[in-house]
Design a protein around this ligand. Structure first.
Ligand code: SF4
Length: 105
């Protein structure tokens, strides 16, 4: 790369990309917990503690179905909370559950 303005451009783009990634990671880390009273959460029967799911209302729920084992859970299974693809900008609890649960692929 002999053209200095091209080098500056490439370095600026690379620095900008790193800053955006760092911002996104930090935004996920600071995301608030999903409230069970959130309208979308309530519509999907979300419970932060899957053992408290109303078995009469949600007979399809089984104890082994928890957020950390769900395909939509965006964290490692060992993380206590993580973002969920269905609830943008919020974190769900690893031992939580909702009716959209789908086994992690
Ligand atoms: Fe939990 Fe999956 Fe429902 Fe998200 S979609 S709240 S990870 S059960």
């Amino acid at each position: 790369m002999r053209n200095p303005s091209r080098r500056v451009f490439v370095m600026t783009v690379m620095a900008g990309g790193s800053a955006l990634t760092a911002t996104r990671v930090s935004a996920q880390a600071a995301a608030p917990a999903l409230a069970e009273t959130d309208p979308q959460a309530a519509a999907l029967g979300y419970k932060a503690d899957g053992s408290k799911v109303d078995k009469a209302k949600y007979p399809q729920h089984v104890a082994t179905q928890v957020c950390s084992g769900c395909n939509f859970y965006q964290g490692k299974p060992t993380e206590p909370t993580a973002p969920c693809q269905l609830f943008a900008g919020k974190k769900v609890v690893a031992k939580g559950w909702c009716t959209a649960w789908a086994k992690k692929a």
